[in-house]
Ligand binder design. Structure first.
Ligand code: GLC
Length: 745
């Protein structure tokens, strides 16, 4: 064939290939289906309703008429198939439903709450947990989860911090992307994949006062540098959907924020999935005082870029008129419907709309339970271990005390719609099954965490007297964290601290095991516990994990994903804070009792600290102990200058100076010393879980690039600014092993 014709032939092949690349084939299918749809059918796809048994007749009719595009909270596989059959065979165009459910940290097999999973600093483990949750959920017909929740929060008064991945955008971005990959697998059409839904877009975790649903006041730079990055990371990881948040930020409710939903999400990030509102968050713009009525709600949200409305039904009721009046264009509706259809095609729902209920159940599969146990092991944080009280010996006689020692419902934590407490392995249950040879006496002393009845304290004391060690299980019932469950006082609730003190008064070693949905203020409890193992509600297998850790079969490796404050009045207190013009220094008083009488006005240091609680938290971000001892040395940089497009290799020697094999989460922090806007005193830029045998040393390396240092500066552009940088590597955000480098133009 002549060269000229060969070039044409190859070009033609290219064009044909392009026409039939999966992306174009998908778009062809979307456009083709859209072209057949009536306006009512299009608006029907934008309408999601909750499955309530009492409304089944109405729901069936709506599905038949193509007025419903999605159902949530339907989990019976037969019922899902029945409703899907109505959509596929009795609606005019046979468009399948997408079935949504809150599968937040497991479907049936419950993993630690996300705040706990964040303590693992282990993206692979987090991805595995999401993969297992997806397999269980899809096996019964759920094809869409409302997770991961990537709201950055710096406030443990906020009940939903339990669902978050903590205070740091770098950690949340990596773990959030891992969750998306776990839920969605290699292909959304996979039989074990479900669509992720990154939420709550955006800034919900900055609720003023830590009070849920409250207003947020996040300025543009903070929005760009802290609250948006985890969502961008999840979108780049291929997240199929996003959910708008309840909060108004700077006076604009998220379900009406076109800048975020169109300029940022679509134009900047190239997101091509769909956006769903949160539960009635659209209609709540009336309560916000941002819309006068349902019709204005539909107008605002449709034009802002919300594709699907969760349960408040303003689209189905008002969009036809709004389009007729020209207030909402046909293009807006078409774009929304295309986004929804695109995900339904990707999920393979047109080809495989039904649940194969004859398939072997994967619910609570043993490998799922084992993965949940391992997740609980890695999510636990050892906060204190004086005199090496831990690990315990199997020969010790143990007094098991406290309301969380055998609390199968509470141990699962918040947002557990489908996990069953009957499957929970509590600490008491685990001891009986896994460590049957251990001698123990169990005395809860309190029936539940809020129980104020102290009459059984004496029984607890008596049990401790006959034991070698007391293990006291305290914390929060599940209901005390999660949505709408904010607390102004985050001490151990009720009389739990009194119980701990009473147990310690016997004079035996005391191990405190906490199960909670937040970073409680436990400073007042510290003197009465020789060791503290902190678990953010550890899920189905938490009991097994806890004893494996307490007996040393497993070595704690968790690190705090959230700062533990000394007093609730210090909130918000977080590691990546600005320095201020008057940074507090060591040496200031840390309690009002230290103030001299008639102290001179300026004698206490005019810097940013509290007279009563000083400048420091109780435990910093990234903190966590191990049974091993890890030492850091020989911090070296491949260069003291980072050039544009270049890299710096950061190397450190990590030594396990104990004889106990263990895992350390090595953390890398940088500081941009001078910027066009004020920069945080430290920012996490890398972390690695490193396993070392007793006595072993290993060089750990990180690669830094200029992109890693980029931030949204004064001119609101994203770039790294030349200048001096500090760098630390260590086992928490107070790392002292320090170096410097310069970023040059
Ligand atoms: C809730 C939550 C959201 C959840 C949705 C559906 O109010 O804010 O996170 O996914 O409604 O249950």
């Amino acid at each position: 064939m002549k060269k000229g014709r060969m070039i044409c032939f190859v070009a033609l092949l290219g064009v044909l290939a392009a026409c039939h690349s999966p992306g174009n084939e998908e778009e062809r299918r979307v456009e083709n289906l859209l072209s057949q749809m009536t306006l009512e059918e299009k608006i029907g796809q934008m309408n999601q309703l909750s499955y309530e048994a009492r409304d089944v007749d109405k729901l069936e009719q709506g599905v038949r008429k193509g007025e419903i595009g999605s159902l949530l909270n339907i989990i019976d596989p037969q019922e899902i198939n029945r409703m899907q059959k109505l959509a596929m065979e009795e609606s005019r165009l046979g468009i399948p439903l997408i079935i949504g459910r809150d599968v937040i940290h497991g479907f049936k097999t419950i993993f630690p709450i996300p705040l706990g999973q964040a303590a693992s600093f282990n993206p692979q483990m987090v991805e595995q947990g999401a993969k297992i949750a997806a397999a269980e959920a899809r096996s019964i017909g759920v094809t869409w989860t409302f997770a991961p929740m990537l709201d950055i929060s710096r406030d443990s008064r906020w009940g939903r911090i339990a669902e978050s991945l903590g205070e740091d955008p770098f950690l949340a971005a990596r773990l959030g992307a891992a969750m998306v990959k776990g839920f969605q697998g290699e292909s959304l059409a996979g039989s074990t994949s479900i669509a992720a839904c990154v939420k709550h877009f955006v800034g919900y975790g900055a609720a003023e006062g830590g009070r849920d649903y409250n207003s947020t006041n996040i300025p543009p730079h903070l929005m760009r540098n802290v609250y948006l990055p985890p969502f961008e990371s999840a979108v780049k990881a291929g997240a199929a959907t996003l959910m708008t948040s309840f909060n108004d930020n700077d006076g604009i409710p998220a379900s009406g924020n076109g800048f975020l939903l169109k300029d940022v999400l679509r134009s900047e990030w190239g997101f091509d999935g769909f956006v769903v509102s949160d539960w009635a968050s659209m209609a709540e713009m009336i309560a916000h005082g941002y819309a006068a009525d349902g019709k204005e709600v539909a107008d605002i949200s449709a034009n802002a870029g919300v594709d699907m409305e969760m349960v408040s039904a303003t689209y189905i009721n008002h969009l036809p008129a709004l389009i007729k009046e020209g207030k909402v264009s046909q293009t807006v509706v078409d774009d929304a419907v295309k986004n929804i259809l695109r995900i339904k095609f990707r999920l393979g729902l047109f080809e495989n709309p039904y649940v194969n209920s004859a398939a072997t159940s994967v619910l609570y599969a043993d490998e799922h339970l084992q993965a949940a146990r391992q997740a609980a092991v890695q999510s636990a944080v050892l906060l204190k271990n004086d005199n090496a009280v831990l690990p315990l010996s199997l020969k010790q006689r143990i007094a098991i005390i406290g309301p969380m020692a055998d609390a199968p419902h509470e141990q699962l934590g918040t947002w557990v719609f489908d996990g069953e407490k009957e499957h929970t392995v509590t600490p008491v249950k685990a001891l009986n099954t896994m460590y049957a040879q251990v001698s123990y006496k169990y005395e809860p002393a309190l029936a539940y965490s809020r129980d104020l009845n102290k009459e059984n304290f004496q029984k607890a004391i008596a049990a401790v007297r006959q034991a070698d060690v007391a293990v006291v299980f305290l914390g929060e019932e599940s209901i005390l964290s999660g949505e709408a469950h904010s607390l102004a006082d985050i001490n151990l609730i009720g009389v739990q601290s009194e119980l701990l003190k009473a147990v310690k008064s016997v004079g035996k070693p005391v191990v405190l095991v906490v199960m909670a949905g937040r970073a409680l203020t436990i400073e007042r409890d510290l003197p009465y516990a020789d060791a503290i193992l902190y678990n953010f509600h550890p899920g189905t297998m938490g009991g097994s994990a806890i004893w494996d850790l307490l007996f040393g079969k497993e070595n704690p490796s968790g690190k705090l994903p959230i700062t533990f404050v000394r007093h609730v009045g210090q909130i918000p207190m977080y590691y990546n804070h600005n320095n201020t013009g008057r940074p507090a220094r060591d040496g200031h008083i840390t309690g009002w009792k230290d103030i001299p009488v008639e102290a001179w006005q300026t004698s206490l240091g005019n810097t940013s600290h509290y007279l009563d609680y000083g400048k420091d938290p109780l435990f910093p971000f990234g903190y966590g102990l191990s049974y091993s001892s890890f030492d850091y040395s020989n911090l070296t940089l491949s260069s003291n200058q980072l050039k544009p497009g270049g890299t710096i290799e950061v190397a450190v020697t990590l030594t396990n100076s104990s004889d106990v094999d263990g895992t350390e989460v090595v953390q890398l922090y940088t500081q941009d010393v001078v910027g066009s806007i004020v920069r945080p005193v430290r920012e996490l830029k890398g972390f690695q879980r490193v396993c070392l045998k007793g006595g072993e040393s290993k060089q750990v390396t990180f690669i830094l690039t200029a992109d890693d240092l980029a931030f949204w500066g004064k001119d609101m552009t994203l770039r790294a600014e030349p200048g001096a940088f500090n760098l630390w590597v260590g086992g928490d955000s107070n790392a002292t092993l320090k170096s410097k480098f310069e970023l040059i133009n």
